[in-house]
Ligand binder design. Sequence first.
Ligand code: PEP
Length: 255
Amino acid sequence: MTRKIIIAGNWKMHKTPQEAGVLAQAIVSAMPTNLACEVVLCPSHTALATVSTAIAGSAVQLGAQNCHWEAQGAFTGETSPAMLAGWCQYVIIGHSERRQFFGEINETVNRKVKSALKYGLTPIICVGENLAENEAGLTQAVVSDHVNGAYAGLSAEDALKTVIAYEPVWAIGTGKTATAQQADDVIGLYIRPALAALYDEVVAQSITIQYGGSVKASNAAELLGMPNIDGALVGGASLQAGEFLGIVAGASAKS
Ligand code: PEP
């Protein structure tokens, strides 16, 4: 089964529009032409315009970090998938920082996923356990719950249009990386079987599942070389063009 390999940079709440344009330009100008993967940059909403300009004409794609589920309405401060659709191909949904700090729950993740798909965006759905859950042996229960919540009521056809990022919360921004084997096991033994239970084995084996959590140029090839890891969602290291490009180069470990 060949799956799409996707390296996405989550720039979180960093970079002014001007700084983001400069970073995107630096990444695009050094990007190899024979890419072994898709590359997506996810700046803050205010920088979508400058990054969009910087990547125009390149193979690099644009993603947002969050969206609302409604197309429009009285939701001060929010951005709808309809508004993002003109700029973006991807949108990150259910990132652990949104679950932790902004009240994101499975139900809102599910509504956002459905709405993103309706407007032609590919949702990158984040799932993953925190440290306490990991230490209590709850990893399978948590990732299954996140998968079941995100995909509730979604047809197999729509599920095939989604991407998952397995991000153990204890590895995000901490410098602690899950070992390549740990990450591959969670994806292969827990996440794909959860998808197979909802749909079937073909769907479970077709969905791109990235790993995220302190991925850097030095560990990318090992992580991306694992059979169940189909790319990376990269935070900190995506803010440096050289590091990010090193991770993109690591995707050639797949081919
Ligand atoms: C993330 O922001 O999704 C992430 C994985 O961050 P970091 O790479 O910094 O751990």
